[in-house]
Ligand binder design. Structure first.
Ligand code: HEC
Ligand code: HEC
Ligand code: HEC
Ligand code: HEC
Ligand code: HEC
Length: 222
């Protein structure tokens, strides 16, 4: 009977097994790297908008509070994007002829909302709610970054499960008085970590926040 596996066939088999193994290894590395990289998470990405709206100018420059434009942060799941008449409360008087603002005037005249391109998003199968976070004193800056330094909006956090869970396991260091959630700069507290720690622990007790409950799957996947 002829030999089925020659010595060279055996070597070829070993070589191809090794190659297959290396391929799988590389794919795992690449996928892992992709998920963590800014390509996968979109951190720092900026999107084109119908009007080049600057948070830096309106928030830091003019001192307008987030809630003036994102009206439902404290009351609903969605923060909400501003209706055209909110822009027009000023821009019917300031920069009335600017071509940059033409889409706003058109939106008002035609009664069609501006189509802002979304920067922060979680997939549909994830339940997120602004009011539960904001009314417990989780600040905007923790999740959205220094919006007051963004001439164009960019994504500050990965919004991946791991990121949510990292805070849900230990929210205390991120809590502050709910009245201060829209404040971007908190340097007086940052300089006193002990004050922040005491407050965080007190807030956890006051609101009855239980990390063991917050990490259960059905909190975010309903
Ligand atoms: C409280 C008043 C106020 C509101 C509300 C307001 N703006 Fe402005 N906006 C200003 C002022 C003041 C300027 C600056 C004019 C200048 O250069 O001095 C400005 C400038 C701009 C500019 C020019 C680029 C820049 O940032 O310098 C754009 C674009 C703009 N606003 C868009 C908007 C949009 C879109 C909205 C609604 C979401 C809006 N603004 C709401 C007051 C306001
Ligand atoms: C004058 C109105 C105005 C004020 C004040 C304002 N925003 Fe906005 N915000 C907008 C507009 C218009 C957009 C949509 C265009 C864009 O993404 O830049 C937006 C978009 C955003 C987005 C991106 C949402 C998404 O998914 O696309 C975040 C996050 C945000 N704002 C946070 C804040 C925070 C935090 C503050 C307060 C520090 C604030 N904004 C103050 C008008 C405003
Ligand atoms: C715990 C993290 C967290 C905090 C705190 C938070 N956001 Fe968000 N924000 C998100 C996530 C996640 C999304 C995407 C939600 C989605 O896809 O439904 C989002 C989306 C948004 C949007 C897009 C439009 C919308 O209605 O969802 C705006 C505007 C916004 N946030 C503004 C704010 C402002 C202003 C504050 C503070 C008052 C704030 N956010 C606090 C995580 C946060
Ligand atoms: C910086 C801290 C922080 C981050 C980041 C964060 N959360 Fe939370 N989350 C909290 C706190 C604090 C509460 C309030 C818990 C309470 O009142 O019992 C909460 C509550 C919630 C609740 C309501 C729980 C309930 O009792 O019904 C949901 C849903 C939720 N978070 C989803 C998310 C999702 C999804 C993300 C990521 C996209 C996220 N959170 C990111 C701190 C955070
Ligand atoms: C605090 C909120 C939160 C909790 C709690 C949570 N998830 Fe998620 N989950 C998310 C978010 C946000 C995503 C969005 C996908 C991502 O990570 O990019 C996600 C994505 C997923 C996915 C999609 C696959 C993936 O990783 O992209 C699966 C499966 C999943 N979660 C399972 C679970 C299971 C099982 C539990 C309980 C052990 C759980 N989740 C608890 C927020 C949560």
């Amino acid at each position: 009977m002829a030999q089925i596996f020659t010595a060279s066939a055996d070597t070829r088999l070993r070589a191809s097994l090794l190659a297959a193994f290396l391929c799988i290894f590389l794919v795992v590395l690449l996928v892992g790297g992709y998920a963590d990289s800014s390509y996968g998470t979109l951190v720092g990405w900026v999107r084109d908008q119908p009007v080049p709206f600057s948070h830096e100018h309106h928030v830091a420059g003019l001192g307008i509070d987030c809630r003036y434009c994102h009206t439902s942060t404290e009351t609903s799941a969605h923060a909400g994007l501003p209706a055209t008449h909110i822009c027009m409360s000023c821009h019917s008087q300031i920069w009335t002829g600017a071509t940059m603002l033409a889409p706003i005037r058109h939106s008002l005249a035609a009664n069609v909302p501006l189509q802002w391109n979304r920067v922060s998003r979680v997939p549909d199968y994830v339940y997120f709610n602004h009011s539960v976070h904001v009314t417990r004193g989780v600040p905007c800056v923790t999740c959205h970054g220094r919006v007051d330094q963004m001439p164009l909006m960019s994504r500050a956090a990965p919004f991946q499960m791991q990121w949510c869970l990292d805070c849900h396991r230990n929210p205390a260091p991120n809590l502050r008085p709910p009245a201060e959630v829209t404040r971007m700069d908190w340097s007086d507290w940052d300089a006193h970590p002990e004050r922040h720690k005491d407050f965080g622990e007190l807030a956890m007790k006051t609101y009855g926040i239980e990390p063991a409950k917050l990490t259960q799957c059905n909190i975010c996947h309903r």
